[in-house]
Write a protein that binds this ligand. Structure first.
Ligand code: NAD
Length: 389
């Protein structure tokens, strides 16, 4: 029986996927695997029994990744599981930028006691009139899980969409509508688009990427959407551009002390992924990653070990899974120990990521336990596991 510790409540839609081979435990010290959302794992003692931690969400700064990797504990996250929730809010953000819906709704609240409001509305409404998004040019910076969905949806709404991503993955390229103009650099987006939406991670290379220099390249009256991270935008430069009208509206899901006080800004309290569906999707993805690792030893969407898979364990096969340090000659040593054990390797895969590696060997029949000990005793080896069906 595999013992799972939930460090936070996890949506039942995900937990329902656990079969009778799993049981929940309250005691982290005896857990084989853990599921977590925002609880901090930094101060917890990691038990020797722990094989994996799955974070139902994208950010993993609540988990000590290096410490886990060093103990052979694989940490997973759920990239893209909340992408649709963010995409829908970006579309709402564009519409809020195009028309003064918020100003109009506030006006109705301010005049709700007026018995003739149905007539006054008609006289006052022109101050809230706006534009339509159909036919406008949208630039999407970063065509990852969220950017691709935004680009495709905006295209369906009749926008002319430009996208830029220097590291566009094959998976995301395949999901991108052929109507999207994929451009080589962000300048093409800055110079041509009426709306610009940013969907890149916060890295040294992207920090402050929307600044006075890039804004200067943009069309007058551009609308900028930031549903990624506040520090992608230089707030001083944005405030200046908003006050002159160079930027018509700034819509952000990451308000801070500066942007919350800027003119012509719509700041939303980080609601992008705050949907029931996003929470369910994250839980389902986290549980699937965890159970595939426990039952088959496969790694998908890990943040401290490489992606590595041989699919489901075939009938009659003994699978040996080894988390180890990425040092020379380790695979040669593994295969010679398996050779000494006189077992046939039917299939194998080995992948590395930074200082850590992971190898899976499918054997035609079991090997004696002393060879397993030989593998475990190697200095470079962090965890060895046998899976049999
Ligand atoms: N508002 C929210 O609630 C919410 C929720 C989830 C994610 N996010 C944020 O949204 C952003 C995108 O998330 P995602 O899940 O789509 O990530 P992702 O990793 O799937 O996609 C990011 C893309 O940006 C690209 N990229 C990196 N540097 C670039 C650059 N300089 N120019 C253009 N493209 C570049 C990458 O190649 C990648 O394809 C992240 O910053 C993430 O933190 C926000």
């Amino acid at each position: 029986m595999t013992k799972i510790k939930c460090l936070n409540p996890i949506s039942h839609v995900g937990m329902d996927l656990l079969t009778d081979n799993y049981e929940l435990t309250d005691n982290f010290a005896e857990a084989d695997a853990a599921l977590v959302r925002s609880a901090s794992v930094h101060d917890l003692e990691l038990p020797d029994s722990l094989l994996a931690i799955a974070r139902a969400g994208a950010g993993v700064n609540n988990i000590p990744l290096e410490k886990c990797a060093d103990k052979g504990i694989v940490v997973f996250n759920t990239p893209g599981a909340n992408a649709n929730g963010v995409k829908e809010l970006v579309l709402a953000g564009m519409l809020l930028g195009a028309r003064d819906i918020i100003g109009g709704a506030n006006w109705v609240q301010d005049h709700k006691e007026d018995p003739a409001i149905n007539k006054t509305v008609e006289k006052s409404k022109k101050q809230f009139a706006g534009t339509e998004i159909t036919g406008k040019k949208l630039g999407v910076i970063g065509l990852g899980a969220i950017g691709v969905l935004v680009a495709n949806a905006a295209n369906h709404l009749g926008m002319e969409v430009y996208g830029c991503d220097p590291y566009l993955s094959v998976e995301h390229a395949l999901n991108l509508s052929h109507n999207i103009h994929v451009v080589k650099d962000n300048d093409t987006i800055y110079e041509n688009c009426d709306y610009i939406t940013v969907h890149v991670p916060l890295l040294d290379a992207t920090r402050g990427m929307i600044n006075k220099d890039t804004i200067a390249k943009m069309k007058d009256g551009v609308i900028i959407l930031n549903f990624a991270r506040d520090l992608l935008v230089n707030d001083e430069d944005m405030a200046e551009a908003l006050s002159t009208g160079k930027v018509r509206k700034y819509i952000t899901d990451f308000p801070n002390a500066k942007s919350a006080n800027m003119p012509n800004t719509i700041a939303i309290p980080h609601l992008g992924a705050s949907t029931e569906e996003s929470e369910d999707n994250c839980a389902v993805m986290a549980v699937k990653e965890l159970t595939d690792y426990i039952e088959n030893g496969n790694i998908t969407n890990s943040v401290n070990y490489p992606t590595c898979s041989l699919g489901p364990v075939p009938e009659g096969v003994v699978r040996v899974c080894i988390a180890h340090r990425n040092v020379p000659n380790v695979i040669g040593r593994f295969t010679s120990i398996l050779g000494e054990a006189d077992v046939n390797i039917r299939d194998m895969v080995s992948k590395s990521r930074g200082s850590y590696s992971y190898a899976i060997f499918d054997l035609d029949h079991p090997m004696q336990s002393d060879y397993l000990e030989k593998l475990s005793d190697m200095n470079a080896v962090l965890k060895v596991r046998i899976i049999e069906k």
